[in-house]
Write a protein that binds this ligand. Structure first.
Ligand SMILES: [Zn+2]
Length: 471
């Protein structure tokens, strides 16, 4: 597959692996991948990655051939689409890895709200957001859907930081004008005006990488009229929406009491105009079948955050049942509900969660035991599935001509010094086993290069660090 080349900037030759649809793994050996100056894939030729293929391409380019960077992958290397984190809170990066000792509502009071209130201090915001975005890029997260805090200036800092470091994603100013502590509560007017200000600020940055996102924290934190106004704003300005839904049973009960006129939790968002194909709802663990029907009918996407759900003891989402109903799902770290910051860890947690559900259904003697998620399925959720619920399936998530080069160069043989490498492989390991070992045993040390939109945004190789986007 090729397309008018334009000016080629990168030629890759080696193994490319992706999941072009749910449950389908595509391993393309000895492949030639050409990327133009706009960071778009213009050729993908399976089997065309040998010297001859590269030479043919360079000859076609004539004088411009010298501008091309050639990347020849070794036998322990492959290219994989950048990972998509569909739900996390950038300000909570400060205390990620700590505080897993309480369920959700207590956890918010004890850790989250006091920490988020510190983001009125812009120096603090700058420091934390820089560390957070850099860590995610190092982990291979090329696209992220961020909740910031309710503070408008700090939310602008998050957008600026993502743009400067080259990460793609959504940025949401959190709205919270009800049932929140006095030190972290805004008025209805501030929630609306603040959201509008962030929308126009991000639009003024004029970048295809960032989208402002309407972000009510969750139903409990917003008055009914605020949810309604935000729903209205999202639909009139065609903005994406993100929030939390049905994470924890205590939360579900609180919503039932606060919104007695609504049929259920999902209806609170549906009736206020916040559900739709550009909406991502995190968790959705305790939905009734009736609620799932509404989620499906509206095209709302679900962010599955198993690490967070384990840590806060929220429950286990039955992903298999959602997939069987064709409800779109992506993965989220939910920094810092869980202790992880990497979608690689979330993939492992998603597999473990599904195996646990399988074991429990077997133990209960259910007639039809729940089928666990496969490696192919979680890889899809971590890439194209996540891209899909963020409206980016035509842009990123797999190798297709015309898509953006949001890609990881994975090297299982990355040198750790002292004769050790990132992941040990043996002669019997073929490409699929190597991929499986990467998911189960790999970490950021395997990710030698991370590109977003054709730009190098992270590398572990010192001699190439000078070519990445300047921090
Ligand atoms: Zn969350």
């Amino acid at each position: 597959m090729t397309k008018d080349a334009g000016t080629i900037q990168h030629l890759f030759s080696g193994t490319c692996i992706d999941t072009p649809e749910l449950g389908k793994l595509r391993i393309m050996l000895n492949t030639l991948l050409a990327v133009n100056e706009l960071g778009r894939i213009v050729a993908l030729v399976e089997g065309g990655g040998g010297n001859e293929g590269i030479q043919t391409y360079l000859t076609k380019m004539g004088d411009r051939a010298k501008e091309v960077t050639i990347h020849r992958l070794g036998s322990q290397e492959f290219l994989f689409p950048g990972l998509v984190d569909t739900h996390l809170h950038a300000p909570q990066y400060v205390f990620t890895g700590t505080g897993g000792d309480t369920p959700l509502l207590e956890w918010l009071e004890k850790y989250t709200f006091p920490q988020e209130s510190r983001f009125k201090d812009l120096n603090h915001a700058q420091h934390v957001y820089e560390r957070c975005v850099r860590r995610l890029l190092r982990n291979g997260t090329t696209t992220a859907a961020y909740f910031a805090t309710m503070h408008v200036p700090a939310t602008k800092v998050l957008a600026d930081t993502m743009l400067r470091l080259g990460q793609r994603g959504w940025v949401g100013k959190v709205c919270m004008d009800a049932n929140s502590p006095a030190f972290l509560r805004e008025t209805h007017k501030e929630a609306l005006e603040g959201t509008r200000e962030i929308v126009s600020y991000i639009q003024s940055l004029d970048t295809p990488l960032l989208r402002p996102c309407v972000t009510p924290r969750f139903a409990i934190s917003c008055a009914d009229e605020t949810l309604r106004s935000l729903g209205n704003l999202a639909s009139t300005m065609s903005l994406p929406v993100q929030s939390h839904l049905s994470e924890n049973k205590g939360e579900c009960e609180a919503v039932r009491q606060l919104f007695p006129n609504h049929a259920n939790y999902t209806d609170v968002y549906h009736e206020t105009g916040l559900l739709g194909p550009s909406t991502v709802m995190a968790h959705c663990i305790h939905l009734s079948q009736e609620e799932k029907k509404v989620i499906k009918a509206t095209g709302t996407g679900i962010s599955h955050c198993p690490g967070s759900n384990f840590s806060l003891r929220s429950g286990i989402l039955n992903v298999r049942s959602l997939l069987q109903q064709n409800i779109p799902v992506g993965l989220g770290t939910d920094v810092s509900g869980g202790y992880g910051t990497s979608i690689m860890g979330t993939m492992r947690e998603a597999i473990t969660a599904s195996r646990l559900l399988h074991a429990l259904s077997e133990e209960r003697g259910e007639k039809e035991t729940l089928e666990s998620l496969t490696l192919e399925e979680v890889l899809y959720l971590a890439t194209l599935g996540g891209a899909g619920i963020m409206g980016l399936a035509k842009e990123v998530g797999s190798f297709e001509v015309g898509k953006s080069l949001d890609v990881l160069r994975v090297n299982l043989g990355a040198d750790l010094g002292g004769g050790d490498v990132a992941v040990d492989t043996f002669g019997q390991d073929g490409p699929r086993e190597k991929l499986e070992k990467w998911v189960n045993l790999g970490d950021d040390r395997t990710l030698t290069h991370v590109w977003v939109s054709g730009k190098l945004v992270h590398t572990t190789l010192e001699n190439e660090a000078g070519t990445r986007i300047k921090a």
